[in-house]
Design a protein around this ligand. Structure first.
Ligand code: BES
Ligand code: ZN
Length: 267
């Protein structure tokens, strides 16, 4: 997290640092797969059209072609200037590192699943959900079926130390959102809340537009979220690692429950 917001601050989708951040994420996944001696993990870039140099990063855990599970968040920031850097710690270094932690834990676990788990780091969200638009198109064009999508965008800020996880209610699938609420209560044992953006505020909307079920657990109620996002003050020390860890637990519960672990000897 510190690494992402210092070395890889300023991850604007049309910058070479933004591309380097994509390469770093790809390398982190490749090293995790090598360390766990797994050959059923693949990573690829999905191009963000012709106007942005930063690709999205799509990881597939497992070899099955059944309808899969997607866990993702965007890793780009807004454009920065020398006197106005964009660390993008909460928006969305927090979600990026939450997703990376989920991926690394799943890979290291050596579990295999009936359904594939796709881990996606979206580019160019801040430019208008551009990267996720291209990722959804890529899945549709390749006929890659998806059962359920978990969006993680801003997982680190907890207003007045409120540990509640708030489920966004618009541009999402209602039954999937309710199911995640039950997973939260059962596995994470933290309070549950609801809130809404009121507009297509993140990449879940790209999946929802394609008719694919998405859910979006969020750090705070809308309006009580991190006031520093999109500024040079969106830095790490304002964030709660404990709050982020709860999203890692929720994402793991979701991935494991929906993808259905196989017995170790049935690989
Ligand atoms: N992480 C934000 C979305 C967000 C902000 C959700 C505050 C809830 C509370 C996202 O990166 C973002 O900035 N979205 C844009 C819209 C997008 C289509 C460019 C926004 O909210 O203005
Ligand atoms: Zn943003």
């Amino acid at each position: 997290m510190n690494y992402l917001t210092t070395i890889f601050r300023d991850r604007y989708a049309n910058s070479s640092r933004g591309v380097k951040a994509a390469e770093w994420l790809k390398d982190e996944i490749t090293s995790a797969a090598t360390a766990a001696n797994r050959s059923d993990v693949s990573v690829r870039f999905v191009k963000t059209g012709d106007n942005y140099m930063q690709p999205s990063v799509v990881v597939k855990i497992g070899l099955s072609n059944e309808p899969g599970v997607v866990i993702g968040g965007h890793f780009d920031t807004l454009l920065s200037y020398p006197n106005d850097p964009k660390p993008g710690a909460d928006d969305n270094g927090s979600g990026t590192i939450t997703v990376l932690n989920i991926a690394e834990t799943l890979i290291a676990s050596n579990l295999s699943f009936k359904k594939p788990i796709y881990i996606v780091f979206y580019s160019a969200e801040e430019e208008g959900l551009i990267g996720s638009g291209f990722v959804v198109q890529d899945f549709l064009a390749q006929n890659i079926p998806v059962d359920a999508v978990l969006q993680l965008d801003m997982t680190g800020f907890s207003a007045q130390n409120d540990q509640t996880i708030y489920f966004i209610q618009d541009h999402v699938n209602k039954p999937l959102t309710q199911y995640l609420g039950r997973l939260l209560t059962h596995y994470v044992k933290k309070p549950i809340g609801t809130t809404q953006c009121g507009y297509a505020c993140s990449d879940h909307a790209s999946w929802d537009d394609a008719g694919i079920a998405a859910a979006f657990p969020f750090e705070a109620s809308f309006g009580n979220d991190d006031p520093y996002i999109h500024t040079s003050n969106d830095t790490m020390e304002k964030l709660s690692i404990d709050h982020m860890t709860d999203f890692v637990k929720l994402g793991l519960a979701f991935g494991i429950e929906v993808a259905e672990p196989l017995r170790a000897d049935s690989k």
